[in-house]
Each structure stands twice: as structure tokens, then as C-alpha cells.
Design a protein around this ligand. Structure first.
Ligand SMILES: [Mn+2]
Length: 336
């Protein structure tokens, strides 16, 4: 058993009190959910069921297939296929974002039905975007929101078990990419050491999250990686992904997520931008950077958000025009 005294002191007691006072609770996360938000809310779901609460887990849209080991089809509803209509609920907790726009169209319905909505998150509050609701818990020092869910479960005195541990471990392993991106804190490793007392198949989770490639996907990655455009002595990498290309390879949107991480693995690259075509003249931009090059403000300039070194936005316009504006802003920061 790992002593909690060794952890950084996260103040989650305010949220724990609200859970104690709530009979009915809804848990959710941002649209196109990932392993962090999904793992955090499913981990808390299993814990709160043991705690005797009425809990619903509602995702905005479909959960990617690679998470099927968490059995989302058993425990989770999607907004377009609710098992029963939304009803009056005491508390709603939204994980892994504090930007309500990323929870629409579900968010507007939650507002009508929930007495209180809180964001539980580790992304910085946006300078150019909606504010989180009062009482939200945002800790940018957490490497994943699963860590915050872990501290909540501990604060409530709920015993861990295999289901809770599997979901939380997924959250931590996903957002740190199996401990590549920890936040200069031992928290992630210490928490995982305890979770692994209950989850005996961590290697299976690692494979599901990061070694899930199909032959079609590898063919696709080979093609698009050969099309990367390099600028500024190979320090900047750019790539546009067409929807048709994904479809022609029999892939879906989630399959394009790994491309940017592969590009960022190139030693010389310090900033990368990937533009995935999501519709006619509509692009989902993903930005990543290394070291001290901050790119969140670029995403915010296009109405998006994220972390300091990993951010994104949905942008309308032609590729040529968007590319030019983004490159200009990356270059301006690169020279600083
Ligand atoms: Mn996250």
C-alpha cells in the first residue's frame, strides 16, 4: 500500500463534500472522448456505485473501439442513445475539459436538468473562451484527470477494486503515454503502483491503447508520414489529412490521433501542426510542441484550447489560408 502522505497535496475535499451531499450524479467528458476522460469517469462511476449513489455516465458521442476492455457498452450511455430521458439530477461532473463548448449538445441539456455542474480538469482555463462553472476543480499539475478521480475516491474512503483500478490506470497510462509525459511529480507512478495491486493486466491495457494498429492503419500511416512538410530547418512539421484518405483506408477519425505523436518523435521537430479535414473548408487542428515553446495561445486565437504544449481548434477556411496563419504564429514563437 502506498502512503498517500507521499503525494502532492491535492485539495479535492470540496468536491468530495458535494458528492457526499448528492443522491444522483451524472459523469461526462468532452466529445470524441479519450482514455483520460473515459477512464476517470468510469473509475469514479464504479466507486460511486459502491458508495450507494445513483450514477449515470453519459458521453457526448460514440466511444472509440479501442476502449472496449472498459466495457463502455455496459456502463455508459451516449447522448444520442440515452436509455432514459435526462431527469432532475443533483450533481454533474465533467472530466478532462473546462470548456463547455466541447460538451455540446449534451451540455445545454445538462444545464436544464442538473442542480450543479462542475468541471474536474487539468487544462489551463482559457483566456479566450468560456469560464468554468463556479466550484470547478482544475489542477494543471495533474498529469491526467484520472489522478484527480483517484484522490476523490480516496477522500471519500472508497476501497479500490479491479474495475476502478482498470479504469483509472487507463486514464493515467493514456495521458502520460505510458509515463512519457509526467509532470515532474512522482504522483503518476505512485498512484499506478497502487492501482497495479488490483489491475493485473497492465500490459493488456498498454496494447489496447497504443498497439492497436491494423494493417490498414499502418499502410495509412506510411502514406501520410511521407507527406509531412518540414519548415525552419526541420524544426516545424506540418501535415494535412483528408477525410477521403481516412475513409479510403477504412479508418475513422480516432485513427488519425497517433499521427501527430509520431511526427513529434522526430528529434529535430519542436512544433507540429496537423490539420484534419472534418468537412468542406473545416479543419481540426492539432498542435504539439516541445520544451518551452508554448502553442496554447495559437489554438486560442482560432477559438480552441488545450494544454500549454498540446492544444487544438476547429477552424473554418481553406487549407492554404489556415496553414499560412498558423505557420506565421509558430514562427513568431520559435524565434523568441
Ligand atoms: Mn487529459
Amino acid at each position: 500500500m502506498v502512503s498517500t502522505a507521499r503525494f502532492n497535496n491535492l485539495n479535492v475535499s470540496g468536491i468530495a463534500k458535494k458528492i457526499q451531499n448528492a443522491k444522483s450524479i451524472i459523469l461526462s467528458t468532452h466529445k470524441q472522448c479519450d482514455g483520460d476522460g473515459l477512464g476517470a469517469m468510469l473509475g469514479l462511476y464504479h466507486a460511486l456505485k459502491k458508495f450507494g449513489r445513483q450514477v449515470r455516465v453519459i458521453a457526448v458521442d460514440e466511444v472509440p473501439k479501442k476502449y472496449k476492455f472498459l466495457e463502455p457498452h455496459v456502463y455508459l450511455e451516449t447522448f444520442d442513445k440515452l436509455h432514459t430521458p435526462l431527469a432532475a439530477t443533483d450533481l454533474c461532473m465533467i472530466f478532462d475539459t473546462n470548456d463547455r463548448r466541447l460538451v455540446e449538445p449534451l451540455y445545454s441539456e445538462l444545464e436544464k436538468n442538473c442542480r450543479e455542474i462542475l468541471f474536474v480538469d487539468h487544462h489551463p482555463i482559457l483566456n479566450q473562451g468560456p469560464e468554468p462553472t463556479p466550484g470547478s476543480f482544475i489542477d494543471t499539475s495533474a498529469a491526467s484527470t484520472g489522478e484527480i478521480a483517484y484522490f476523490l475516491i480516496k477522500q471519500l474512503g472508497i476501497r479500490l477494486d479491479e474495475k476502478i483500478a482498470r479504469a483509472l490506470y487507463t486514464s493515467l497510462a493514456f495521458d502520460t503515454q505510458i509515463f512519457r509525459f509526467v509532470k515532474n511529480s512522482g504522483n503518476t507512478h505512485l498512484i499506478c503502483a497502487e492501482l497495479l495491486e488490483y489491475e493485473r493486466q497492465a500490459d493488456r491495457i498498454h496494447r489496447s491503447l497504443f498497439a492497436n494498429y491494423t494493417r490498414k492503419k499502418v499502410t495509412y500511416l506510411g502514406k501520410v508520414l511521407s507527406e509531412v512538410e518540414y519548415l525552419a530547418e526541420d524544426r516545424i512539421a506540418l501535415l494535412s489529412l483528408s477525410l477521403k484518405d481516412l475513409q479510403d483506408h477504412g479508418l475513422d477519425m480516432d485513427d488519425s490521433r497517433d499521427v501527430i505523436d509520431m511526427v513529434m518523435s522526430i528529434e529535430t521537430v519542436v512544433a507540429a501542426a496537423i490539420f484534419r479535414e472534418d468537412g468542406p473548408d473545416l479543419y481540426k487542428m492539432s498542435l504539439r510542441s516541445k520544451g518551452s515553446l508554448e502553442i496554447l495561445s495559437i489554438a486560442e486565437n482560432f477559438g480552441g484550447g488545450g494544454h500549454m504544449f498540446a492544444a487544438g481548434a476547429l477552424i473554418r477556411g481553406t487549407y492554404k489560408d489556415i496553414r499560412e496563419r498558423v505557420v506565421e504564429q509558430i514562427l513568431a514563437r520559435l524565434d523568441k
